[in-house]
Design a binder for this molecule. Structure first.
Ligand code: 9WN
Length: 453
């Protein structure tokens, strides 16, 4: 059956909120809220940051516990791992394939974790939880303040780890060692650097579990060739026992990620302010502001006037990577551009190559421009629209005073998700829900939009 706008149901906001809450309840396995029921039966780092924001609208104490569960899995080095595994299997690569605790004494034995990280959006979640808590009852405010007191030093150490190991030369541009660390796994941003990842003959065999769990998995999910490279990078990290510096030295994938860098700059500012509010050491607050400043400059430096977008940089070859992806708008998240360039960038994201494209189901920037020859509207990070990414831009727009653009984006997103399936991502032209359904982070950003309208 061809999917058309006519086949969509449209829930009212009360029903939609109830349905989002029900989705989160359904994904709660007692020890954690999993990222999605079948495809992702564990805790993912940046998913959990978003999940805790939505939860705060339902129950502040529960939200604080969710974020605290992730923070408790911090490695002794300071890294927040990208996956915290539940006791359930059902995902590949699972803890055995990663072997993080077996190979590295700084990884926790329990819970089991993966050996890489994800974008540092956690301070933003802490900010939202604290604000929602303070606007609630005395008990809510107390729970949020406890999270602030206990969680702040953990997040400081996480940011410090990123600076120490992912920007050792203090350029401000943070690097990633695996596409999964970007959260945008198979984005065209990584096609060139992945071309330099050549799986060796000793890549141990494996069986994927993801494809059968996604409706048209064969076309939506990354290809087997891409998975070989993802798994090969894990082998390279296992060989150096996940030693952070050795990984950076030896990984055949090393990219300066402009989107992660912008999120880091934004989150470091947010963390600094939260630190002032909770009497954290002044020198740490100052350091955070310094990191934010340096990374903001790196993001501005990555801006390419020729394309009007910011670029990533392949640190193995030195090449700048210009792709027509949503990450090119990174400077809008953290600032740092001069005013004419920033105004042009804001106009561009709202314009006909992006959110203003006339064929879109709703005016939301997709992961790749619909006007790009490589646009694939059903293929994961190669075209679909991701509600969480829109949430990040909307939140940043609010902070930056672009309230009209933030309100337009929120309205468009609520139109996209009104069917109540809470899909992982959506077809930008038809609004068809794609990937996993009942995805926790989609449900929670919907809750946040509904509560902010
Ligand atoms: C690999 C959980 C995660 C998200 C990522 C998204 C996807 C995993 C996968 O799902 O990645 O980490 O198996 O595809 O790309 O952003 O955090 O929702």
């Amino acid at each position: 059956m061809r999917f058309g706008a006519g086949s969509r149901r449209r829930l009212g906001s009360v029903q939609l909120a109830a349905s989002a809450a029900w989705t989160l309840g359904g994904n709660d396995i007692g020890t954690m809220i999993t990222a999605a029921p079948r495809l992702y039966p564990h805790m993912w780092s940046w998913d959990t940051a978003f999940i805790s924001i939505g939860l705060a609208h339902l129950n502040v104490d529960r939200a604080t516990r969710e974020l605290a569960t992730l923070l408790a899995a911090q490695w002794r080095t300071g890294m927040l791992p990208h996956i915290v595994f539940s006791e359930d299997g059902g995902y590949f690569p699972g803890p055995e394939r990663w072997g993080a605790a077996e190979l590295n004494a700084d990884a926790p034995d329990t819970p089991r974790t993966s050996g890489i990280c994800q974008p540092p959006v956690h301070a933003i979640a802490l900010r939202r939880i604290v604000d929602i808590g303070r606007a609630g009852s005395a008990a809510d405010a107390a729970a949020a303040d406890r999270l602030l007191t206990d969680g702040w030093p953990i997040l400081y150490r996480w940011h410090e780890w990123l600076v120490r190991h992912r920007d050792p030369h203090a350029t401000g541009l943070l690097s990633i060692v695996h596409g999964w660390e970007s959260g945008m796994d198979n984005s065209p941003r990584w096609d060139a650097p992945y071309a330099g990842v050549v799986p060796g003959p000793d890549l141990p065999p494996y069986v994927r579990l993801d494809r059968d769990l996604v409706g048209s998995g064969d076309t939506e999910r990354p290809s087997d060739a891409e998975y070989d490279r993802y798994l090969w990078l894990i082998e390279q990290m296992r060989k150096v026992r996940y030693d952070a510096d050795a990984v950076v030295r030896t990984s055949s994938f090393l990219v300066g990620d402009v989107f992660v860098t912008a999120l880091f700059a934004l989150a470091s500012e947010v963390l600094a302010t939260l630190g002032e509010e909770s009497d954290q050491p002044a020198w740490q607050v100052k350091q955070l502001r310094g990191w934010a400043h340096r990374s903001r400059r790196a993001v501005a430096h990555a801006y390419d006037p020729a394309t009007g977008l910011a670029r990533d940089r392949d640190l193995r070859t030195g090449d700048w990577l210009a792709t027509n992806s949503i990450a090119g708008f990174a400077p809008l998240l953290c600032g740092g551009l001069d005013e004419p360039a920033e105004t042009a960038l804001l106009a561009k994201i709202c314009g006909p190559d992006w959110a203003g494209h006339p064929d879109l189901f709703a005016a939301i920037p997709p992961s790749v421009s619909p006007n790009d020859p490589g646009f694939r509207p059903r293929e994961y990070w190669r075209g679909p629209v991701w509600p969480v990414i829109a949430w990040l831009f909307g939140w940043a727009f609010e902070q930056r005073g672009w309230t009209d653009q933030a309100a337009d984006l929120r309205a468009a997103c609520l139109r996209l998700v009104a069917d109540g399936t809470f899909a992982e991502y959506y077809h930008p032209l038809t609004g068809e829900p794609l990937g996993s359904k009942q995805q926790s982070w989609t449900a929670t950003v919907v809750l946040d939009w509904l509560h902010s309208s």
